[in-house]
Design a protein around this ligand. Sequence first.
Ligand SMILES: [Zn+2]
Ligand SMILES: [Zn+2]
Length: 176
Amino acid sequence: MTDHAITDLPAFPYHPDPLATGSLIPSDTECLSCGHRRGYVYTGPVYAVADIDDELCPWCIADGSAAERFEAVFTEVEGQVPMDVVRAVEQRTPGFAGWQQERWLTHCGDAALFLGRAGAPELEPYPDAVETLRQNLGMLGDTEAFLAALDAEGQPTAYLFRCRHCEQHLAYADFT
Ligand SMILES: [Zn+2]
Ligand SMILES: [Zn+2]
């Protein structure tokens, strides 16, 4: 396998580092959409007419061809944003694996940047994200114990985002 530089990958405006988040991994698997071995595949969820499991290359995601061919959606957008933003996230952005149906957070009328899964230690530098979690968890009882239990590798897990405009951090959490 060739050693590709990160700059080889297409740019994803809403998912700045899909290698770091684990959504893309080096692999010589043949892409189900273009039939080529491009050196990377997408490992996240695909909601589509076909059963697709770690078989799409980042280029077929970036140009929308995989979404078109398989009527695929990668991650549903939560919130009110323009239709072209919804399409960019749902059809041309690598998603991420959650414990439950994943949702892409929005802020300032735009989809936010997905930064990755986060546990309590990873959230510590982002009190603004923790505050959004606290607001969402208000009704669940022991919010502080839940926040302390957040685990990037286990569960519950938080999903960390940053607004592309005001730079506020946002997060939601889930578990099975
Ligand atoms: Zn492809
Ligand atoms: Zn914002």
